[in-house]
Every structure is written in C-alpha cells, then in structure tokens.
Ligand binder design. Structure first.
Ligand SMILES: [Fe+2]
Length: 506
C-alpha cells in the first residue's frame, strides 16, 4: 500500500472514531435504549411556519420536542421553550417518533432538541431557519449516498460537510433519493449517525429513491415514509413506496415527485402534479425527482426510465418548470435549455456582474434545465455513450465523477470525487453551481455553473383542475406493480429495440 493511501486510511479511521464518539448524546455512557437515532427535520407544508420531525428509539417512550428561537436559546436555553408532543409507533423492531410543529415565526433561527420528556433524555442540539419569504435564499442538493457500510456513509457525509462550509447560509438541503443501499436497521442507523450533523443543522427535503420504496426493489417498502415526516399531496396513498409533496420557499415553488410511482405514473400523481404546479404563481418552479430523465448513466436506457421520459418532459413543458434536479444515475449531467425533448436554440445569454461575480445568464429562456449532480457517495458510474437519442444532443456538460487512477495511484480524472450542487435564488436571478470534493484531500472544485435571469413571469398556465381521485383510492403499490411489469415490456420493445436495431445496421 502506498504511503499516501495508508495515511488517508488512518485519517479516515480517526475521523470515524471521532464521529462515533460524539455521535449520539449519552453514547459515552451505557446505552439505555432511549437514545435518539436518525433525527431529522423536514419541510412540512408552509415553510415559514411549520416543520416535521422524525427520530427513532430502541425502547418505547414519549415523543417530545422542545423548540425555541436561537435568540432566546442563548439567554435561557430550553427553559422557556415551546414543548410539543408527537406520536410513537413501532417500525421494524424500533420505535418511530414523529412531531409536526406549527405556529413558527417566519425568517427565524430556531434551536431544538427531541427525545423523552418523562426520562429527560434528549438529542444533540438541532437547528434550522424558517423561510422569511423575501425571495433571496440558497440551498444545497446531493444524491445517491446509497452506502452499505459505515465508512462509506461517513465518506458521503464529508462531502456534505464541505457543502455546508461552501454555503454556510444554505437554508435547506435536498437529498435526491437512495439514502441507503438496502433498508435494514443497521444501514439507516449508519446513515443517521453519519448525517446527524447535516440533518440537524438545516431543514431536509427528502426525495423517495428506488432503494427506499420500490416494491420491485428487494421489497424495501414503507421505509421512506417511516424515516421522514412529510405532508403528502392529494392521492399520495399509503406511502408504502414513497410519497410526493410540495412547498413554497420565498419566490420559488418546489414540487417533489415520487418516481417509484411513475412507470406508468398513477393518474393520482400525474393530476396532482399538474394542479400543484399550475396553481402556483411563484417566480421560479423547481421539480425534484429521483430518476433522471436526462442522463448518460447506466440507467438511462432502462425501460422504467424510458417509460417516464415522455410523461415527465411533457409535465415540465406544460407547467413551466425552470429547473429539474434528479439523482439515480451516479454521474454528472446537465442539459442546455430544453423543451419538447429538444434544445431551445434561440436562448439568449448575457454576462452581468452579480454579487461580486461575472455570471452568464440565460435571459427569460424557453424550456427547462435538467441537472443530475452525480452522487455524494462512493458508488459512481461511468458515462454511457449509448444513451438513447436525443439525450446527448441536449447535453451541455457531462462527465463521470469516478476515480480513475493510473498505475502510480495518481488520479487522472479531474472531476473525481463526491458531488454536490449549490443553488442561489435572488429575486429574478437563479444561479446553479456544482462541485466535486476530492476523496483524498477534501479539496472542493467548481465543475459546472449555469444561471438564469427571468424578468418576466411565464405566461400564466391554465389551471387544469384535474381530478385527484381516479386511482387515489386504490393501493398505489399493488396497482403499480402490474402496470409496471406490462409498462416496462411494451416500452422496451417499442422504444429501445428499434434504436438498437438501427445501431446494428449503421
Ligand atoms: Fe436509484
């Protein structure tokens, strides 16, 4: 083993031991079973006044949160805190605690702790900020941590640490799905331990991945719903395969889809999306979903993705979405402005001074940008040159973030590392940046940047008032299981096979 590799391993083990020691309050003493695990604070409806909280314990106890503005916390701690009780239910040999806190003040820094009031056992100090509604804010996005062991969860959390250092003012983080590789208690505990700092430093916006809510993926059903406290959209069903929801933040509307429910998408979700987005008059519209519909990774030609492409692209085009963020394919990909599955060739760009930087903006562009910020984890895919048409025509920037070392262990891929995105919304300006974090040095490198200036709102899109109850009363997972199988077969035969045959005879 090379000296540098040995040193890296030693540093990593030291970091793991350090984090293990400070991870959970009370871990230095004998465990009681009432310690809080997997603590997170999630967006829950009104981002100015509400949040959802989830945590787990090994033994059953009461469910309590104490929460107080940061300005009061520095004076009197939790002495005058608001105390809110929640519910507890059993989930896979653990106890799942959930609380919704309402009545918060907009634009306020909060401190909180969760745990058992009766036994006076509490989590570490958590914090988050509520939306002040002024249309100027920033957020982070990561995808596909999808680890199988504690070391790789910690490696991904180091990427998240760098993201939080890069933008200390970020108000929430979007996790684009596949939190874990397999849904077991060990893996969710490792995720919760490694991401404790991130998940209790700001609000989390979780997106359902196929590894935590897909009936055909090792029956990992129900976990997403158990792990996060969210306010599902109309017709979202019982949450066994994930959920969909939305929220406003400042001048931006965020719609979170459930791509475990998309091949074909249930009528309930499709109609909810149309109603949700078209009923919003926000300046910016951002769509979040796990499976990318523009990517050059290994999954892009798979039948489930092909089945989704037309539906999702049509929704984005018809509802005036500006930015789509996805995961699933573990490589970096960003489109040009696209509409109708084609490049918007007439896009006009201007370079302006913005917050101390010269930034090139697309000005009032048609179409949307689709970005896939690779993975914050260590499982990284190469570029799939055979991505179905017209993916590559629509691509602006794409590359693998996989390590490619030569025989002397020297990294040859300048983009190797864990990836995150940082998005700033500032009134009429939206600036998207992506970074990679070097595995060995933790050096952070800007790898992509794209910006939009929108001085005129999109033409009002007619609200479609689609019904939300066509499949809403059915169990989505059962209906989806059969439609999925047949959908995959027909889509595969109908779309990919002709292209493969054409390729053969070229
Ligand atoms: Fe995935």
């Amino acid at each position: 083993m090379k000296m540098t590799a040995k040193r890296t391993l030693a540093v990593l083990l030291a970091v793991i031991m350090l984090f293990s020691c400070i991870g959970i309050s009370g871990s230095a003493t004998e465990k009681t079973g009432f310690e809080t695990l997997r603590v997170n604070c999630t967006m829950y409806g009104d981002s100015q006044t509400q949040r959802g909280f989830t945590w787990f314990t090994e033994k059953k106890c009461d469910t309590t949160i104490q929460i107080v503005p940061a300005s009061e916390y520095v004076v009197s701690g939790f002495a005058n805190a608001m105390t809110v009780k929640g519910t507890v239910s059993e989930w896979k040999d653990y106890y799942c605690h959930k609380v919704v806190v309402t009545g918060l003040e907009p634009g306020t820094d909060y401190r909180y702790r969760v745990g058992t009031y009766d036994r006076d056992i509490w989590s570490n100090l958590g914090e988050f900020v509520t939306d002040d509604g002024d249309g100027s804010f920033s957020f982070l996005a990561i995808a596909d941590v999808q680890a199988s062991n504690l070391e790789n969860f910690y490696r991904a959390s180091l990427v998240m640490d760098e993201a939080m250092k890069m933008d200390e003012d970020a108000e929430f983080v979007i996790n684009l799905g596949d939190f874990v590789n397999d849904c077991t208690n060990d893996k969710w505990n490792w995720y919760g331990e490694a991401f404790q700092e991130a998940n209790t430093s700001m609000t989390l916006v979780p997106v359902a991945g196929n590894h935590e809510g897909n009936i055909t993926n090792k029956l990992n059903v129900g976990w997403f719903d158990a792990m996060f406290n969210l306010l599902p959209g109309d017709g979202a069903g019982n949450g066994v395969n994930g959920t969909y929801y939305s929220y406003d933040y400042g001048n931006t509307h965020f719609t979170v889809l459930n791509s475990n429910d998309m091949y074909p998408m249930t009528e309930a979700q499709r109609n909810w999306i149309y109603n949700d987005i078209t009923n919003s008059d926000a300046q910016w519209k951002v769509l979040l979903l796990h499976r990318a519909v523009y990517s050059a990774g290994k999954n892009i030609n798979k039948p489930d993705t092909l089945a989704m492409r037309e539906t999702v692209i049509e929704i984005v085009d018809e509802t005036g979405v500006d930015l789509v963020l996805s995961g699933h394919d573990h490589m970096y990909f960003r489109t040009k402005q696209v509409a109708g599955d084609a490049v918007c060739e007439d896009t006009v760009y201007v370079t302006e001074r913005h917050n101390g930087e010269d930034i090139t903006f697309a000005v009032n562009p048609e179409g949307a940008i689709y970005a896939l910020p690779s993975t914050a984890g260590t499982k990284r895919y190469g570029v799939n040159d055979g991505a179905i048409n017209p993916i590559m025509d629509c691509a602006d920037v794409y590359f693998t973030t996989r390590s490619e070392k030569d025989e002397n262990e020297v990294e040859t891929n300048p983009n190797a590392g864990g990836c995150f995105a940082n998005i700033e919304v500032d009134g009429n300006y939206l600036v998207y940046k992506a970074y990679v974090v070097n595995d060995d040095t933790q050096e952070v490198t800007l790898v992509d940047e794209y910006a939009i200036k929108k001085t005129v709102k999109d033409d009002a899109v007619e609200g479609t008032n689609k019904p939300t109850d066509i499949f809403g009363s059915l169990d989505g997972s059962v209906a989806n299981f059969f439609t999925e199988i047949f959908g995959l077969i027909f889509t595969y035969i109908g779309k990919l096979l002709p292209q493969a045959l054409i390729g053969l005879f070229k």
